[in-house]
Ligand binder design. Structure first.
Ligand code: SAM
Length: 262
C-alpha cells in the first residue's frame, strides 16, 4: 500500500482520472523541439503524459519526498528541480535550453495559483500557451466578461497578456485525496495582437485603483486621477463617471491609461 502522506498545506491533491490527464495532454500541440515547464509534478501523474511528446520537460517540485515516484519517468529529456517555484530564477534556468516554443502545463497547487501565474508573466519568458488546472471559481474569475460579478482587476490583468478559455470542468472526485472544491482546466494563449499600452506600470495601477472598492464607481475609485480625461474616454464609448469598473472592457482601460500618459 502507498504510505505517502499528502500535505494539504502544499496543495497535494493528485490527479487520478486518466481521462482528465489525457485530455490535458491533448489540449496542446507540442513538437519535439519545444520546451514544457511543469509546476508541481507530484508523483508524476501528468509528467508521464508530457514526456510522451518527446520534447524537453522541466519540472519544479517543492517536496523532495516525491523523488522516488518521479525517478521512473527520468529520461534524457526530463529535468526535475526540487525547489519552491516562487523562489527559482526561472529566466536563468530556461536560458540554457534551445527550443522553438515554450509551454506551461500544470495541475497547480491552489494556494499559490495567482503568484505562480504572475511570476510566469513577470518573468517575460515568451510563453506560447499555458494549460492549467485551477479551482473552478478561479477559472470563472480569470475568464469572466465585463458586467459579470467575477470580472475584476485580475481578469483585466491576465486578459491583457493572454486570451483565456475554460476548456473543461473537473469534479473533485478526480483527485486523491479529493479537495473541497471542484476544478477546471483553462488555456492561456498569447495574444496575437497585444494591446498597445504606453506605460504598463501606469496601466496596472489604474486597473488596481479602478477596482479597489467594488461598490464604488469610477469617479470615486479614480478620484486621484484627472477625471476630465477619464470622462472623455468613457463618454465616447457610452459610459460615464458613474459606471463601475466591472462594466468596462480592457480596451477602455487601455485608452484611459494612454490618455493619462501625455
Ligand atoms: N501534478 C500532480 C498531479 O497532477 O497529480 C500534482 C499536482 S498537486 C495539485 C500540486 C503539486 O505542487 C504538489 O506535488 C505540491 O507538492 C507541489 N507544490 C506545492 N507548492 C509548490 C511550490 N511552491 N513550488 C513547486 N511545487 C509546489
Amino acid at each position: 500500500m502507498d504510505k505517502f502522506k499528502h500535505k494539504k498545506s502544499l496543495g497535494q491533491n493528485f490527479l487520478k482520472d486518466e481521462n482528465v490527464l489525457r485530455k490535458i495532454k491533448d489540449s496542446i500541440q507540442v513538437s519535439e523541439d519545444d520546451l514544457i515547464l511543469e509546476i508541481g509534478p507530484g508523483q508524476g501523474a501528468l509528467t508521464k503524459y508530457l514526456i510522451e511528446y518527446g520534447c524537453k520537460v522541466i519540472c519544479f517540485e517543492i517536496d523532495k519526498r516525491v523523488e522516488p515516484y518521479l525517478e521512473k519517468y527520468k529520461n534524457g529529456s526530463l529535468e526535475i528541480i526540487f525547489d519552491d517555484f516562487l523562489n527559482v530564477d526561472i529566466l536563468n534556468i530556461v536560458k540554457d535550453y534551445h527550443y522553438k516554443n515554450l509551454y506551461v502545463v500544470a495541475n497547480l497547487p491552489y494556494y499559490i495559483t495567482t503568484p505562480i501565474i504572475t511570476k510566469l508573466i513577470e518573468s517575460k519568458l515568451n510563453i506560447q500557451e499555458m494549460v492549467l488546472m485551477v479551482q473552478n471559481e478561479v477559472a470563472d474569475r480569470f475568464t469572466a466578461k465585463p458586467g459579470c460579478k467575477d470580472y475584476g482587476s485580475i481578469t483585466v490583468y491576465l486578459n491583457y497578456f493572454y486570451d483565456i478559455e475554460k476548456l473543461f470542468f473537473v469534479k473533485r472526485t478526480s483527485f486523491s485525496p479529493a479537495p473541497n472544491v471542484d476544478s477546471a482546466v483553462i488555456k492561456f494563449k498569447k495574444k496575437v495582437q497585444p494591446y498597445k499600452v504606453k506605460d504598463e506600470a501606469l496601466f496596472f495601477k489604474l486597473i488596481r485603483d479602478a477596482f479597489q472598492f467594488k461598490r464604488k464607481n469610477i469617479k470615486n475609485n479614480l478620484k486621484n486621477y484627472d477625471l476630465n480625461l477619464v470622462e472623455q474616454v468613457l463618454l465616447k464609448s457610452g459610459y460615464n463617471l458613474s459606471t463601475r469598473a466591472e462594466q468596462l472592457p480592457i480596451e477602455i482601460f487601455v485608452e484611459i491609461a494612454n490618455l493619462l500618459n501625455y
